[in-house]
Write a protein that binds this ligand. Sequence first.
Ligand code: HEM
Length: 398
Amino acid sequence: MNAHVQHDSLLPWADTAFRENPYPWYDVLRREAPVYRDPIAENTYIVSRYDDVVKFGKHPSLSMIAPSWVPKGPWSLFKDSMIVSDPPDHTAHRRRSNKWFTPKLANQWAQATAKAVNEAIDDLGPGGMIEAFRNLALIPAHHAMCAALGLPNDGYDTGSAWMHDAMTALGSAVTEEEEQRCQAAFDYLSDRVRHYLQMRRANPQPGVVSSWIEDVANGEMNEQQLFEGLLLFWATGTPNAAYLITGGLEIFARRPDVFELWKSDPGKHQAIFSEIARLHTPEISFTRFTTEELEIRGVKIPVGMMVRFMIASANRDPEVFTNPHEVDVTRSTEMNQHISFGVGAHSCPGMIISTAEANAVFNTVAQRVKRVELAGRPVYNHNDRSAAYSRLPLRLVI
Ligand code: HEM
C-alpha cells in the first residue's frame, strides 16, 4: 500500500497531496470500499470501480435534479438546460446542439484550431519555447468553438480561468470561499454571454448563436434556454478539451516513441487518443441523485442521496486496465473503453468537437515539429473535480 495514503478518511477531498495525485487513495477505495458512504460530504455515496460506474452511472432511476437538501449554490443559475433535466426533456435540449457538432462539422470547426496552432508555431523564437497549455491547446480549441458559435474568438484566457473556479464548486466539501469564487465566475461569464447575445441580435452571423436566436423568435426555444445553452457551450467545455490536449502534448514530450507513432501510423491515432483521454481525465467525477433505493454491490443507497461516480478511478481500475498508470497504446480500444466523456444520456456533447480539436493540434504539431521536449515542470491546477493545467513549458524542435 502506498505510504502516503491517510486512513482517517478514504477521500480527503481538501488535502493538497490528494488533489495533486488522488490515484493512491482511489486504489485503496476500490479495494476496501467500492461503494463508500462519504463521511465528509453530506448524504453522498462514492462509486469507484469501472464496472459499477459504467453500469450504474446510466441507471434510469438516477436523476440530475437535486433534492431540496442540496444547498442552492451558484450552479443553481442553470434552471432549464441539459445539465438539470432528465429524459425526455433532456433529449430536446441535446437535439438543439447535436446538429452543430457532427463529425463532419466538428472537423470543419477544427480547421480554426489547426490555423491557430500553425500561427503559434510560425511565431516561435529561435529556442522553440512555447507555453503549450495556452498557445497549443486552450486558445486553438476555443477558436474552433467560436467558429461553431459564430462569435469573436478573443478574450478567453479570463473566461477559462473563471471556469476553473466554477468547477471547484462542483467538488465535494466545498468551502465558503470556493463558493464565492464560483459566484464571481458565473457573474463574469454570464455577463459575457449576454454581451454576445446582444452582439448577434444586432448583427447576425452564421453559426449556433444566430440560429438559436431565430429559434427563440419562432417559439422553439425560450430566452433562458438560449442563455444557458450559450453559457454551456461558450464557457464551460473548452477548458476540459484544453486539459486533455495538453495531457497529450505532455505524453508526447515524455514518451518520444508515442509522438513518433502518432507521426508514422495514423491507424494508431485512436488508440493513442484513448490512452491520453484515459490518463488525463479532465472531469474527475459526475454526480446523480437517487429517486428510489438503489443497491450497488450489496450497499443499499436510500432515496434522495447524491451518488458521485469517480471517472478518474474507473479509468485506472486494474481489473480492466493492466498496468493502469502506464501509457499502453496496444490496449484493445473496443473492450477496455475509457469513460472520460461520461456514460449514458448525459455523456459529453462536446466529445466530437474535442476529439476533432485534439486531432487538429496533434496532427499540426506532428507535421511541423521533429521533437517535443519538456522545457520545465508542468504546472498542474487540479482541484477535486477537474484535472487541470495552468502551464506546460515545451521546447518544439523544428
Ligand atoms: C468543447 C468542449 C466541451 C463542451 C462544450 C462540453 C460540454 C458538456 C456539457 C454541456 C455537458 C452536459 C451534458 C448533459 O448533461 O447532457 C457535458 C458533460 C460531460 N462532459 Fe463535456 N464538454 C466538452 C469537453 C469535454 C471534455 C474534453 C471532457 C473530458 C474528456 C468532457 C467530459 C464530460 C463528462 C464526463 C460529462 C458528463 C457529466 C455527467 O454525466 O454528469 N467534456 N459536457
